[in-house]
Design a protein around this ligand. Structure first.
Ligand code: GDP
Length: 457
């Protein structure tokens, strides 16, 4: 790592302070050229902050009054010599300091290059680096918590444990290969089969944890279905109005879909097609049952809303039919008008779905709805169990590949194939897992992962 890199690490725009970060072997040399500390002592200590001015050495012009933090290698984010310049916020000042760093020997960092160096220098592994991106992009408390776990190495530890088990089997196999005269093959095989079955179970449960992990990461994709005037937009507005750290988002995927996030008890609900709901002309006759079906298919959760001040009719029944085999909650709305509609209750109870009574207009009953959602997705288990969850598609793929190789190994044992074959499959599985933590991963994959970072991280 020859280059010394620099980037503005704070988000663009006006803020109280801005941070410009440098990393690499020339960091202190560059700082020495452009920074005049009030205290002239030359000594550089790690975890030290100096106060002074950034001065352009070309013309001695003072650019800003700053604090510079010093991190001496290897005790820094990247493990290299690093400095962070805390300047006054605002694009002009930050950019001028950046330019002066560039003029004095630093090179502009690529997105994620600081973290990439931390990885390449061995301070963190790849899954920890990915935890950092996820933490920055978190949309809910729960997702942030999971990312911190990954960053702290929970997943890496789990993967290492499984790899160790595989290595143990490999050692046994090597013994049988190297000392055939000891005739230990049968013992080895029985033991290996037991161990491999155990490993397969561990990998399967990690792979399955992705279902929960995905929800933490992308939010519960939720669709509100109901016939015209059932109260879809009233419910949506009531949900969005509550002060639950609303994140509104317009995603660039399809022009006419607005996705909004609401945060309930630390979990993100991603409401799909809220544009369709809000647009009052876009009633179900117009969007049609087909579109509702399609929306329902892509959802993790359907909230089917029924106007409880009227009796369920054929249009309601069409919606109830859509949710039959889906993860759904039936919401009886307008209970301020009629809270006991026996006809409706009879119609919905046999569907075996949770039923929640609300008044969207008076914003009553929403808490029960939220509780039911968390229950349905076993969210509270996630937070209390401290289990390791896979939240990353790439990790899931690698775990699946490893599982398949372990299955092959098990089959080769059962078919009495030579032990060399067994060892080939286990080695493959070891490689698959190694790609998660980044021991053996191609440069393309590394570049792709770090390109998702923001500049200055
Ligand atoms: P949508 O067509 O399903 O989006 O329904 P809206 O949310 O536009 O609601 C239709 C009508 O029902 C509006 O006049 C709302 O004010 C009314 N409404 C919605 N929810 C309630 C409720 O809980 N109680 C009462 N009394 N009226 C409601």
């Amino acid at each position: 790592m020859e280059k010394t890199i620099v980037a503005i690490s704070t988000a663009s725009g006006n803020g109280g302070i801005g941070i410009i970060r440098l990393s690499g072997k020339d960091t202190f040399k560059i700082i020495d050229r452009i920074f005049i500390p009030k205290n002239k002592k030359k000594e550089i200590k790690g975890y030290n902050i100096k106060y002074g001015n950034i001065v352009n050495p070309k013309n001695n012009e003072t650019i800003d009054e700053v604090l510079v933090s010093y991190f001496v290698s290897p005790k820094s984010y990247t493990t290299e010599d690093m400095c962070e310049i805390n300047s006054h916020g605002g694009m002009v000042v930050e950019k001028r300091i950046l330019e002066i760093c560039l003029e004095n020997g630093a090179e502009l960092a690529e997105p994620g290059e600081f973290t990439k160096r931390a990885f390449l220098n061995g301070r963190i592994d790849l899954s920890q680096a990915e935890g950092i991106i996820d933490l920055i992009n978190s949309k809910s408390d729960m997702e942030a918590k999971e990312s911190i776990g990954q960053l702290e190495g929970y997943l890496s530890k789990k993967i290492k444990e499984i790899k160790q088990k595989m290595l143990d089997i490999m050692v046994d196999i090597e013994v049988t290969i190297d000392y055939p005269e000891y005739d230990v093959e049968e013992v080895t095989n029985t033991k290996a089969l037991k161990e491999l079955t155990y490993i397969k179970e561990k990998l399967t449960s990690l792979e399955e944890s992705f279902n929960k992990g995905k929800i933490l990461k992308s939010g519960i994709k939720t669709v509100i279905l109901g016939k015209p005037n059932a109260g879809k937009s009233s419910l949506l507005n009531a949900m969005l109005k509550e002060d639950r750290a609303i994140v509104s988002d317009i995603e660039g995927t399809t022009r006419d879909t607005i996705e909004e996030y609401i945060n309930i008890e630390g979990v993100a609900l991603k409401l799909i097609d809220t544009a369709g709901i809000r647009d009052t002309d876009n009633k179900i006759e117009k969007i049609g049952v087909e579109k509702s079906k399609k929306l329902a298919e892509s959802a993790d959760l359907i909230i089917a809303i029924i106007d409880n001040s009227r009796n369920i009719d054929d249009d309601d029944k069409k919606i109830l039919d859509i949710i039959k085999d889906k993860n759904a909650i039936i919401v009886l709305n307008k209970v301020d008008i009629n809270d006991k509609n026996e006809y409706n209750e009879k119609e919905v109870t046999n569907l075996c779905k949770p039923i929640i009574k609300i008044s969207a207009k008076e914003e009553k009953g929403l808490d029960n709805l939220y509780k039911e959602i968390l229950k349905l997705f076993e969210i509270h288990d996630i937070s209390s169990n401290n289990e390791v969850l896979i939240t990353n598609e790439r990790h899931k793929k690698q775990i699946n590949k490893a599982k398949e190789n372990i299955e092959r190994a098990i089959n080769s044992l059962k078919d009495n194939m030579p032990v060399d074959i067994l060892s080939i499959h286990i080695k493959e599985a070891l490689n698959d897992l190694g790609e998660i933590t980044g021991e053996n991963v191609s440069e393309n994959i590394i570049n792709e992962i770090f390109s998702k970072f923001c500049l200055g991280k």
